[in-house]
Write a protein that binds this ligand. Sequence first.
Ligand code: SF4
Length: 239
Amino acid sequence: MATESSLKKGTKASKSKKKTDKKKRNFTPPPPEKIDKIIAILGETHPDAKVALRFNNPLEILVATILSAQCTDERVNKVTKTLFNRYRTAQDYAEADMDELRDIIRSTGFFNQKSKYIVEMAKGLVAKFNGKVPDNMDDLITLPGVARKTANVVLSAAFGKSEGIVVDTHVKRVSFRLGLTDQTNPEKIEKDLMKIIPKDKWIFMGIALIFHGRRFCKARKPLCDDCSLSELCPSAFSF
Ligand code: SF4
């Protein structure tokens, strides 16, 4: 059993650990003027920055976003042409024949896991939300296979709501290189970005950073020579 003194020690220890953790984080976010410049330049560089997944309703963007993990938007759009004709409601997905569903989505990769997520997510929709996709983060992330990234895409694309910033592999990489965060965990990165980016730019920045990562700030060989942000980027030409 813990004695009062051992509890105190524990408290002291955790306090000093927190202090050490805080000390370790020697990070100063860029000032607001620099953030404004980055947002403006990204706007000029990627005037087409919007969700490229095709959908007609919240359920379709939810399914398409699940399929888009580790897959291009173009490939997902090809697959969803067939998929959305075959399955129209959450109930349809909840009752799907797994072999048939797997076959339709096979070319998006990881089709075993994705088909399970889609069916379990749809069962959750039917059981908890009367088959309707909820329009808030708290409810969305209770659905199997739906984490903050997917929920942010659905909220912004289907409902025009900003409850957070989409952090995928591109946003993670580009925001780190631009010095917008020093974190590697997506949820911590999202918190950092939400602190420094004005709320009315959250949706745009989630998409623009993805576009910038795909087109210029590539994982292996970033195209710093051609990058419109090179004068503002602490990582420019350091690869
Ligand atoms: S300058 Fe280079 S590292 Fe910085 S954002 Fe552009 S491509 Fe990425």
